[in-house]
Design a protein around this ligand. Structure first.
Ligand code: M6R
Length: 367
């Protein structure tokens, strides 16, 4: 059942090259330069193209996927995007108007907070697009249109393959809107189709790091707290890394935008604090190098996820995890892999049941 793996979580982490491929299959054709999303057609295609605002509604890991999509959609489509915790959105009488499109992101499609939030928004006349993994789930059925993530059943309580599939689908949605609106050049469109098409092979390469990440986990598994930092597209990846560690290893972890660190969290830094930097080569790179120096100056331990060929951070960090190069818009699909593996190995080494962490349920069906 676990396909030879010790845990569903590990199996699902390792399935990602295939599940990402599956979520792109039949939709993205890099050779032809085309993108088709069968579940978003006709009037809904037009509504999305002409959206005045897009609101992402989700919880947990799915909310992190929404945060990344916010950056991607704003960059490519020039449509303002808001990302809402479903529970907060629901109960604060949100302003929803004509031209607003809601994207509900949910692996299970049964998360109560997300479900009631979109029910309420639908009553107010909002258009709902569902990005769900479970076919025929409540959120999928309630949505006007949408795109399934096709990651296959996710058994581990910690979401892994559903997250990367969500990112793949949200990237396709962003590229489609950008193309329809004419906010992207043909050249960049084709380039990003190629980058997305190439990402599952790079994920396969990153998975080979599992043993070396297990060794890093062994070094830091007794830490009381972890800090996770990233900027730009990798900021939500830092949040996701911290969430994974909390869930699976019961170590307190916080994710922050790297620059925000100096507005408070830096007070926590001493020689006992491991700080995980998601620092792949992107337009924020120089800035994050300075943030790493700030942590080292305070004797924090730095574990950095970097791009192949990076020598600068290698010279600064205590441990580096090297992943292939990828465009910054698709990079989170890759940079989250070491986050998942680190949490997994720490949890296993601490002797916990990583598939069923305490106090957690696979789908949270209470508000
Ligand atoms: O099924 P959903 O995507 O709606 O679930 C949302 C969250 O409950 C979920 O992502 C949760 O945070 C996971 N345990 C994260 O690993």
């Amino acid at each position: 059942e676990k396909g030879g793996y010790d845990h569903f979580m590990l199996k699902e982490i390792f399935e990602q090259p295939q599940t990402i491929f599956d979520s792109l299959r039949g939709r993205l054709d890099a050779k032809q330069g085309t993108l088709t999303l069968g579940g978003i057609r006709g009037e809904y295609e037009d509504m999305l193209k002409n959206a005045k605002r897009i609101i992402m509604v989700a919880c947990g890991t799915s909310w992190h996927a929404g945060l990344i999509a916010e950056y991607v959609i704003e960059e490519l489509c020039r449509i303002p995007v808001e990302v809402e915790y479903a529970s907060e959105f629901r109960y604060r009488n949100p302003v929803i108007g004509e031209g607003d499109v809601i994207i509900a992101i949910s692996q299970s499609g049964e998360t109560a907070d997300t479900l009631v939030a979109i029910e309420a928004a639908k009553k107010k006349g909002a258009i709902i697009l569902g990005v769900c993994n479970v076919v025929g789930s409540s959120i999928a059925r309630l949505s006007h249109a949408g795109a399934y993530t096709h990651a296959g059943p996710e058994i581990g309580v910690a979401s892994t393959k559903a997250f990367t599939a969500q990112l793949a689908v949200l990237n396709m949605i962003a590229l489609k809107i950008a193309k329809d609106r004419g906010t992207i050049t043909d050249q960049r469109y084709q380039y990003l189709l190629n980058e997305l098409d190439a990402i599952s092979d790079k994920v396969a390469t990153a998975l080979k790091l599992s043993d070396s990440i297990a060794a890093i986990a062994a070094k830091y598994k007794d830490a009381r707290d972890f800090l996770y930092l990233g900027r730009g597209y990798n900021f939500p990846v830092a949040l996701e890394g911290a969430l994974k560690l909390k869930e699976i290893s019961y170590i307190h972890a916080e994710g922050y935008p790297a620059a925000e660190m100096k507005h408070g969290p830096i007070a926590l830094v001493d020689e006992h604090l491991p700080v995980v930097f998601v620092a792949t080569k992107d337009s924020y790179y120089e800035k994050i190098v300075s943030n790493i120096q700030e942590i080292k100056a305070r004797k924090g331990k730095v574990i950095a996820v970097v791009t192949e060929g990076d020598e600068t951070i290698r010279g600064l960090a205590d441990d580096v995890i090297v992943v292939p190069e990828a465009d910054e818009l698709v990079a989170p699909i890759l940079s989250v892999i070491p986050m998942q593996l680190l949490a997994y190995h720490v949890g296993v080494q601490k002797g916990y049941d990583v598939d069923k962490p305490r106090n957690l349920a696979k789908s949270v069906t209470v508000e």
